[in-house]
Design a protein around this ligand. Structure first.
Ligand SMILES: [Zn+2]
Length: 323
């Protein structure tokens, strides 16, 4: 049976939430709010200040977003291990708590006519398995797959509707993540849709040089359910790659850019696009290319997402033949 999420994506444009990181920063938390006083450790907040994370989710649901992402971007044992919490029990505890927070928020806003969804966010491990870098390359495919399987289980059991591998820089790591997810699905006897999003720089290549054509071919061969792009640049820089995906793939396409290309001002990243700018670009991607899923990455606020949702009213997406 097709999942409710994919069924909705086939029927209408689906809108993801905006940035978790920027939203947390805007709340001006104190050192004591962070778990063990580790300032900037966003994943720890699901245990130390679950109310803050719930509030971020609700701020995006309240403006009409269909999907919220769990606060688990850095929820792998490698990333949690950087804070001394890299055991199997830790991975379960953080990811399960985050999934439940997002689930409760989504359910609060769901109606019988309109479901809201939870995407289990899975970010890069920080390793680059395709490289021969003496530190970052020192991990095997099987080790990485096991790390992703371990993170997927609590996300699924915590109530996610899909698994989202995002901000991917290394296609070998994407392959390992998908292998890990599938192992977890076999173990649990149930599965979720997989949405895989890669990150392209201003030259429209991944960190290790993979272009969008190669990434698309690999992701289709891996039978993911949705292919997408997120982070690194604003929508303008993504335009050619978005068009390429829409013209060449028969899978649903997601586009989740930053609020413009970040500018460095006094050592801080500033995201220049206003809500109206982001909304105009995403609306064009839907109307001209037939993008199925939009959302906001770094620098995007509830105001950005409200503008995106308003701009999509009455827009007819360009028809694409989906599988
Ligand atoms: Zn981003």
């Amino acid at each position: 049976m097709e999942s409710r999420y994919l069924e909705t994506v086939r029927r209408r444009v689906v809108v993801f939430d905006g940035a978790m990181g920027t939203s947390i920063q805007s709340r001006r938390l104190r050192k004591e709010d962070f778990l063990e006083g580790r300032e900037g450790w966003n994943e720890g907040l699901v245990l130390s200040r679950p109310d803050v994370i719930a509030d971020v989710h609700e701020s995006f649901l309240a403006v009409g977003c269909d999907v919220v992402e769990t606060d688990t971007f850095g929820g792998s044992r490698i990333k949690l291990g950087e804070y001394g919490h890299g055991t199997a029990e830790d991975v379960y505890r953080f990811n399960f708590a985050a999934a439940q927070l997002a689930r409760r928020a989504a359910d609060k806003f769901s109606t019988p006519e309109r479901s809201r969804f939870v995407a289990g966010s899975v970010g890069p491990s920080g390793m680059l398995p395709s490289t021969d870098d003496p530190d970052l390359g020192k991990i095997t495919f099987d080790e990485l797959a096991a790390i992703y399987a371990e993170q997927a289980k609590p996300l699924i059991e915590g109530g996610c509707d899909l698994l989202l591998i995002e901000t991917s820089q290394d296609m070998l790591e994407v392959k390992a993540a998908i292998a890990g997810f599938r192992k977890c699905f076999r173990d649990l006897g149930s599965s979720l849709p997989i949405q895989a999003q890669v990150t392209l720089d201003v030259t429209q290549r991944m960190l290790l040089g993979t272009d969008i054509g190669a990434a698309m071919t690999t992701l289709e061969a891996l039978r993911v359910d949705v292919i997408g792009l997120n982070c690194s640049t604003g929508p303008k820089e993504m335009r050619d790659s978005v068009r390429f995906l829409c013209e060449n793939s028969r899978l649903p396409i997601s586009v989740i850019p930053n609020a413009g290309l970040p500018e460095n001002r006094d050592g801080h990243a500033v995201y220049p696009e206003t809500p109206a700018d982001l909304a105009r670009h995403l609306r064009e991607f839907v109307a001209e290319f037939g993008v199925n899923i939009v959302g906001g990455c770094c620098g995007t606020t509830p105001d950005h997402m409200r503008a995106v949702i308003e701009s999509l009213q009455g827009v007819t997406p360009r028809k694409r033949n989906l599988n």
